[in-house]
Every structure is written in C-alpha cells, then in structure tokens.
Design a protein around this ligand. Structure first.
Ligand code: SAM
Length: 290
C-alpha cells in the first residue's frame, strides 16, 4: 500500500482518521493539527462541536456531517471526493474515531476501493482509563456501551463472566449506578474502577470492588460527566500478568528445578490462568537455552 505523504504542503488523496482530545484541548497532537490544517475537508459527527474545536486551534476547513443517521448517504460522496484527489479527515466529537463512534464502514469501503487510509492516533477514553485504573492491562476486552435495559445488560455482562481479561466499558453517568449493580450481579464481586472526567478538571478514579462501587453510586446518585468502567478479570486469569515475561520465566525456572517440563507447564498454567500450550512453549525455549 502506498504511503501517505505528510511532509508536502499538498496532502495526497486519502482518508485521514484523526484522533482529537477527550477533554483537555492540550492533548491534540502536532501531527493531528498539521493534518487538519491541510486536508480539503473534515468529516465529523457534529459540525458545531468540530467547528468549536477547529476554532480553538485557529483552523478553518469545510465540514461535512458524517454520523450514524446519514452515514449510508454520505459515504459514497466522501469516497468519491477522495477518488477525485481530495484529502478528507474523519474526526469524532471526542477521542478516536471508530471507537464507539462512526467510521468503521467508511474505512472498510475506502480499503475496498483501494484508497489510501491512514490514522493520526491520539487520545481515547478506553486506553486512558486502562492507564489509570491500576488493574491488569495485559489482556483487556473493550465492550463499548452496555444495553440500556436491565435484562439485556445482565446477559451482556454474563456472556463475559469467564473471559480471562480485564473488561472495559463506556457508560452514561445517568445509567452508571444500575450498570454497576448489574455488572456485580452477573460478573461476581471483582475489583473495578470508575474513571470519570478523564483529562478534565474534575478527573477522578474511584477504586473498589463491584458491589462497593454499586452501593456507592446508588447512595450518591449518578455522578456528573463522562465515565469509563474497568473491571478486573476473574481471579484465576488475573493472578499473573501475561505480559510480565520476567515473572513467568522465573516461575518456569523455579518449577523446572523440581518438575518435568510437562508437569511444570501444567502447574503454571493452573496457577496463572495462562494456556498450557503457551507455558509449555516458553518452558521449552528456556530449557533449550540453558
Ligand atoms: N471515540 C471516543 C474515544 O475514543 O474514547 C469515545 C466516544 S463514545 C461516544 C463517548 C463515551 O466515551 C462517553 O460516554 C464515556 O463513556 C467515554 N468518554 C469519553 N471521554 C471521556 C472522558 N473524558 N472521561 C471519561 N469517559 C469518557
């Protein structure tokens, strides 16, 4: 695939997926600003929100609305403009486009039409919450928004009860108390974090187990602002951080002093929640390199 040049004055034709701040205007990247200053047009969810953002950076570009309700109609027009040689940016109201925001079909169809697509990465509430929650990040499942109705929401959580990963979901402040109560009921009591107003003045991380958080927000009522919830994995999978190879290697080397490769792998898999095959492969590498 051809590279999109970003050094020339004139941007080459393509779709530019540009992340914007999730609250703090200082979080825009230099490259995002540069691209937004040089595209032919910016496709955005809400022209008022994006016009305000562009003005804050001293930028002015034609804005094209691209949201859930007009996407099917707008997509061919945007793709046609790129085919005709234009550089079009896609932004969302906040954060990274396509992450619980419109854009996936536009990117899919741009690829299908062999148009150039590139990403100017930046803030996203999911990654920001994970970096603050202090819960294991080696494996996580981003779940988007829970369903609004209690029954569907409980089933939605229940479907992930055995998923060996931290769970991350977005929720409106208004529904947070009910969602936390349903999460506690469906997932069992686990450590969790409510990450609120990230990068903004009243940023806050409330850590507790799910039952504690549900009780807290039931008593206080919905908080103000925007929230992301991070829930730790079921106990077994969270015992060891898979990315922490040094820890895993140490466990393997200790076990290998007393056990055969096979027994050591099975034992460590049981202890950590990692797959036996994966532990065996690493144990084999370590014993070969001795
Ligand atoms: N595309 C965005 C991203 O990359 O994070 C997410 C868009 S989604 C429509 C909006 C949701 O993201 C909010 O309801 C909230 O759950 C979460 N969110 C966005 N900004 C946030 C912030 N500053 N603090 C906490 N949560 C935030």
């Amino acid at each position: 695939m051809a590279e999109i040049s970003i050094d020339d004055q004139k941007l080459s034709a393509g779709l530019y997926i540009v992340a914007t701040p999730i609250g703090n205007l200082g979080d825009i990247s230099a490259r995002a600003k540069d691209i937004l200053s040089r595209v032919d047009a910016v496709a955005c969810e809400d022209t008022r929100v994006t016009a305000k953002l562009m003005t804050a950076y001293g930028l002015k570009k034609p804005l094209v609305q691209y949201h859930e309700h007009n996407a099917a109609h707008q997509r061919p027009k945007i793709l046609a403009r790129i085919e005709a040689g234009e550089a079009i940016a896609l932004v969302s109201d906040a954060g990274t486009p396509l992450i619980s925001d419109p854009g996936y079909k536009l990117v899919e169809e741009a690829h299908a039409a062999s148009l150039d697509v590139t990403s100017i990465p930046g803030p996203s509430a999911v990654v920001t919450a994970l970096s603050l929650a202090g819960l294991p990040t080696n494996r996580f499942l981003f779940m988007g928004f829970p369903p609004n109705k209690t029954k569907a929401r409980k089933e939605w959580f229940q479907a992930e009860v055995n998923t060996p990963a931290s769970l991350v979901f977005y929720e409106s402040a208004k529904r947070l108390p009910a969602s936390l109560a349903d999460a506690a009921e469906s997932l069992g009591d686990r450590k969790a974090a409510v990450c609120r107003e990230l990068t903004k003045k009243f940023e806050e991380v409330v850590l507790n187990d799910l039952n504690g958080l549900a009780a807290h927000y039931e008593a206080s009522g919905p908080p103000k602002g925007e929230v992301v919830v991070v829930v730790s994995a079921p106990a077994k999978a969270s015992k060891t951080e898979m990315s922490d190879t040094a820890d895993l290697d140490e466990m393997i080397l200790t076990a290998l002093k007393h056990m055969t490769l096979k027994t050591a792998s099975a034992f460590i898999a049981e202890q950590t929640g990692l797959r036996k095959k994966q532990v065996y492969a690493r144990a084999l590498e370590l014993s070969d390199s001795k």
